[in-house]
Design a binder for this molecule. Structure first.
Ligand code: BES
Ligand code: MN
Ligand code: ZN
Length: 508
């Protein structure tokens, strides 16, 4: 996708296959819509009453309007003007891009971003708009026998109509939105690929390939022997139930100014890196505590945390953000076999703490805990782990908010704000010490489950015991990383939140 800005003074003179103009309810036309309406002798106002409601996200195509250079004018509903905000803007841009994809046009221009939108600046809108276009043009056909080229989106060029003085702001936002879209698209494809293709080895190869594309990312992929040498006994206990080889992926991004920044800091200790840890279970059968068959296929998505880390690092590298970002991915399958974990088994984590495995299906925390211990060596400024960790989080928050867990109020606020800004929201969950009691074991330092109550909270409490050496937060994305049912597929969340968090840090 090629993103650009367009600065034609009159919307009526814009030559394109499809031009989007915004309409609020109660017959309120955005400035560009008004220009088109006047040029075409009221062609827009004529359809407003009967044919177009202007409800948020609605579209109507008008073709060949007199005295209008664009082949198609796409009216896009913005809802009530008093309710207008970033979310509705992004929804409108998505609706327009979807209309362009369905009409199979190759190039389009939108006048939506230049409409005043409370609480946002043009850079935010351009970023959100470009990422919406990325969403609309995402297409999965990697595992179809005969991919049909007719179903591949044709849209290649997307421009935003802005005023001359706004070009630079818009270009910055478009650039960020493009990188975000590509990071999300990579994360989505990794999520959508089946477990027999997207194996731990495949995740490792994908990370390595990224390291070849972007010289700023150094990648090492550790195999079973190297993981054993690190004494990651908890991670390895999950991995050993499967014939598929485990991997521990380390992606180290160094931005252009990071060396200079460190030097400038002189005797002061330079800011440590942000470390992102992603759960990479490429298939979760539950193990001996086996899951019901009904929707077990969806457990191929149990590596979406890992995918979001890879996607975020891709976006960071493309944007050449200053500073350091490290991605850590423990990845394996959770399967049943004669070598698999059994309920009651006790394992020793890299930290030296022992764990009684009461349920082999609580495997995510068993692989993450060792990665959290490994993270200590980087002296991180912040560690965030991202995991499709608990069904309980889906019960609590559904598919709207990711669950955010942290005892660090300032860090939690920073993450929540990034999520809001990126339209990828999270909701903070409690982490009172009192919940820790549920993890008590008679035979080890802790159990890997905390009983039926507050399942997503006790999972976070388990992780917290391995994250004491640095500022830490945990995102449970079990409800937000993929959709089930007819629209089954990976969403690319929370790449928008993570990238926004990093963008805000670098700006500050
Ligand atoms: N990957 C699952 C969590 C999950 C389940 C995500 C359903 C999305 C939908 C995780 O490994 C798991 O199985 N968790 C258990 C924990 C329980 C045994 C304490 C769960 O949520 O049932
Ligand atoms: Mn599980
Ligand atoms: Zn799992």
């Amino acid at each position: 996708m090629e993103f650009s800005t367009h600065t034609q003074v009159s919307a009526a003179k814009v030559k394109t296959a499809a031009l989007a103009v915004g309409i609020f309810t109660d017959g309120i036309l955005s400035p560009s819509a008004d220009v088109i309406d006047r040029a075409s002798n009221g062609a827009i106002r004529a359809v407003l009453k009967s044919e177009f409601s202007a409800r948020a996200g609605a579209t109507l195509v008008l073709r060949n309007l007199p005295a209008v250079a664009a082949q198609r004018i796409v009216l896009v509903g913005l809802g009530k003007q008093s309710d207008y905000g970033l979310r509705i803007y992004a929804r409108a841009e998505l609706a327009f891009a979807n209309a362009c994809v369905h009409a199979r046009v190759g190039e389009a221009i939108s006048a939506l971003a230049s409409i005043a939108c409370p609480g946002t600046d043009l850079r935010d809108r351009a970023r959100a708009g470009a990422s919406a276009v990325g969403e609309a043009t995402y297409h999965y056909d990697a595992t179809l026998g005969k991919p049909d080229p007719q179903t591949r989106p044709k849209l290649r060029k997307f421009a935003m109509l802005v005023e001359r003085g706004d070009v630079s702001k818009a270009q910055h936002g478009l650039h960020e939105g493009e990188a975000l879209g590509e990071g999300m698209s990579l994360a989505r494809t990794l999520g959508n690929l089946p477990g027999n293709i997207c194996t731990p080895t495949h995740l490792g190869d994908t990370a390595k390939a990224l390291g070849r594309t972007f010289k700023s990312i150094k990648v090492s992929v550790l195999d079973r022997k190297q993981i054993e040498a690190l004494k990651m006994g908890s991670f390895l206990s999950v991995a050993k139930g499967s014939d598929e080889m485990p991997r521990f992926i380390v992606m180290h991004y160094r931005g252009p100014q990071s060396a200079r920044r460190a030097a400038k800091a002189g005797s002061q200790v330079a800011d440590g890196p942000v470390v992102l840890v992603g759960k990479g279970i490429t298939f979760d059968s539950g193990g001996v505590s086996i899951k019901p068959a009904g929707t077990m296929d969806e457990m191929k998505f149990d590596m979406c945390g890992a995918a979001s880390v890879i996607g975020t690092l891709r976006a960071v590298a493309q944007l050449e953000l200053p500073g350091e970002v490290i991605g850590l991915i423990p990845t394996c399958e959770n399967m049943l076999s004669g070598r698999a974990n059994k309920p009651g088994d006790v394992v020793t984590s890299m930290s030296g703490q022992t764990i009684e495995i009461l349920n082999t299906d609580a495997e995510g925390r068993l692989i993450l805990c060792d990665a959290l211990t490994y993270a200590e060596r980087f002296k991180p400024a912040v560690v965030i782990d991202i995991a499709t960790l608990t069904g309980a989080c889906v019960v609590a928050l559904g598919s709207v908010n990711s669950g955010l867990f942290s005892k660090d109020d300032a860090l939690a606020d920073e993450i929540l704000a990034a999520g809001r800004q990126a339209l990828d929201p999270a909701w903070r969950m409690p982490m009172d010490d009192a919940y820790q009691d549920q993890l008590k074991s008679n035979f080890a330092d802790m159990a890997n489950i905390g009983g039926p109550q507050a399942g997503s909270v006790t999972a976070a409490c388990f992780l917290s015991r391995f994250a004491k050496a640095y500022r830490w937060a945990h995102l449970d994305i079990a409800g937000t990383a993929w959709r089930g049912g007819k629209e089954k597929g990976s969403t690319g969340r929370p790449v928008p939140l993570l990238l926004q968090f990093l963008l805000n840090r670098k700006a500050g």
